[in-house]
Design a binder for this molecule. Sequence first.
Ligand code: GLY
Length: 336
Amino acid sequence: MSDLKRRTFFKLGLFGVVLSLVKPTKAAELLTNIKGSRFAATPKRTVISTWSHGMEANETAWEVLSSNGRALDAVEKGVMTTESDMSNRSVGAGGRPDRTGHVTLDACIMDEKSRCGSVAYLEGIKHPISVARGIMENTQHVMLVGDGARDFALDYEYEKVKSPIKEVKKDWREWKKENKDLFKKPTINHENHDTIGMLVLDDYGNLSGACTTSGWAYKMPGRVGDSPIIGAGLFVDNEVGAACATGLGEAIIRIAGSHTVVELMRQGKSPQEACKLAVERIISKHDDLTNLQCAFIALDKFGNYGGYSVYKGFDFALKTDERNEVVKADYNLSWE
Ligand code: GLY
């Protein structure tokens, strides 16, 4: 019996028995009008992910949901699609390396029970998101980094991959020639997608999220961004909603970005308002906003969603029963 059905059973007695026999979404619908019900509206199956590269990932996640799958499986499988795309330069083994030519990957995952797993500075493993889930499910820890994370991945026989790939290595050599002593700020915009973060609400009314990236191109060795940090790159609270981030990780970490968005929703803000307020907080904490692109997407317990960025150009992929499209997010500043 699912959690929803079990709760229904205890709360509503005989009526609960009837409800427990019907599909979870239908049960939630029936409960909507019952006084004292915890459901203010019918949860609506939704997949939302950062950038237009999320469209393909959303398809995969939707397939999982369509076979009565859980949000947790949907977010993992969804972002694995992007990690497998070797033409993507900001996610997975096709991503850009650090200054020394090492592609180091960051990822995290969180489910409806607030269980979470995270991996940072992981090299040579194809699906960091699955390693993050493995840490969540098989260890007492939340986060493993570097060699420890790699040893765990190898022990559990996660698929290995060679990186950087040839084209990326060529670009890196060029970059080295042009930037001997410099550490340029990245320009994270429409052309240079950064991170896939995905949030899913499933038919059982449960939320999960995943976030995975190769991080800041040509970063300092050892640099870790927001994406594997629970509360910064991703946060899920099944009672309220979920949020994830993309963009300059250092700025997102400073305000515990995704946690901030979820807490704003807890205080009654809509997902859209919560993302906007978090972006405004980032803006208020920085004197210099040059190239400081950050964005949040959020999804609440009932399938309401939102997205907002510092600069124009951020978009997100949305899939529901009615919609399957890239949505241009609202923003605070234009690049000009
Ligand atoms: N948001 C990805 C990173 O800063 O690494």
